[in-house]
Design a protein around this ligand. Sequence first.
Ligand code: MN
Length: 232
Amino acid sequence: MKKQATRILIATLVLGAALAATGQEAAPLVFEPLPYAYDALEPHIDAQTMEIHYARHHQAYYNNLVNAVTGTALEGQALEALFARASELPVAVRNNGGGHWNHTFFWQNMAPDAGGIPEGDLLAAIEAAFGSFADFQAKFEAAAMTRFGSGWAWLSVDAQGQLFVSSTPNQDNPLMNVVAERGTPILGLDVWEHAYYLKYQNLRGSYISAFWNVVNWPEVAARFSRATAPAE
Ligand code: MN
């Protein structure tokens, strides 16, 4: 145990030094308020699920992340920078860092009175990449349905600016260097059972269908715009 703890400490110090050398700004960890009321996404996502998901599950990822980095060289590092080195992270930082970041991202890509289809450049890019919006939906739904056990489905932008659909296990995400398909996510769907079991029980497909009614396409379009903007 002592040897392992020493190895983790050394790995953490090496990683922290490497990150410090990149000049990443310190980024305080913030547990942001949910951007809408617990019942705002009813009937598609019920209030009880939202409350437990945000106030217990997300809060726990956040608390565990703070505990895992406080007093280490990782404290104050931007999560996005940590994810690029996910393979080197202590498992508690990878899992809880992903859990905190993914949930913050997920709350923001949903909204009340939302849904429909995207417009403008994002719709054009979806049609170019997948053939049609319906073809994109089918591919995203398949990624969400076939993720065995717990994980996420994503729409992301790759290094060439192309859209792609993928899924990741547990609390991994496409920013992490441990995933097969890396990119900048612009839409995410939590398919852990805690995200839907109270209302939909084992019917993950019903939850995925309902999700389309609450997708915040203007936010997804803003993310797409940032992810494809020319580097300064
Ligand atoms: Mn979740």
